[in-house]
Design a protein around this ligand. Sequence first.
Ligand SMILES: [Zn+2]
Length: 206
Amino acid sequence: MLIDISPLVDESINVWPGDTPFVQTVNVDMHAGANLTLSDIRTSVHVGAHADAPSHYVTDGIDIASRRLDYYIGRCVVLHIRVRRGERIAPDHLNGKVVSAPRVLLRTGTFPDPRRWNNDFASLSPALIDDFYQHGVMLIGIDTPSVDPFESKDLEAHQAFARNDMAMLEGLVLDHVEEGEYELIAPPLRLRGADASPVRAVLRTF
Ligand SMILES: [Zn+2]
């Protein structure tokens, strides 16, 4: 079975305040008598479920096109985390839960509606990221717009991903996903020079 963990992307989805919103323009339209329909989109590359590239948070970091694909495809574990809004998830929040796969998706429920922005979503502590790295984790995904708190300027969590050369997925929808192991399928587009890419993130049950 396939479980879609991507939000619907249209003009009502929120992007980070101040970032470029998603807009679709239909340039040729069969409904207006044309022989086909053609549209273009303008959007932040950080729209909806997306993968950040190192070039987003490291001066000399590689772009999303240069990123290895194996980060984004393979065995993962979904964990439900009880964390207060606005808080960084620390190792203690795991409450003894076992990281049993090289990719970990964290369901926090702290950004419940991608069409109604809230600033007080949960994020990741650098200690948690380092801890996961020690346990062989290569990718962490989260159901919030960022792995760092809304107000963060130093982006300590992003920097922890950088020093461990780990990958991240942000903006996932995990409300309907049970804890457990799945196959993750969420490759980014091969966009040269891009600091992120939207992904169609899917879980396959074993
Ligand atoms: Zn991002």
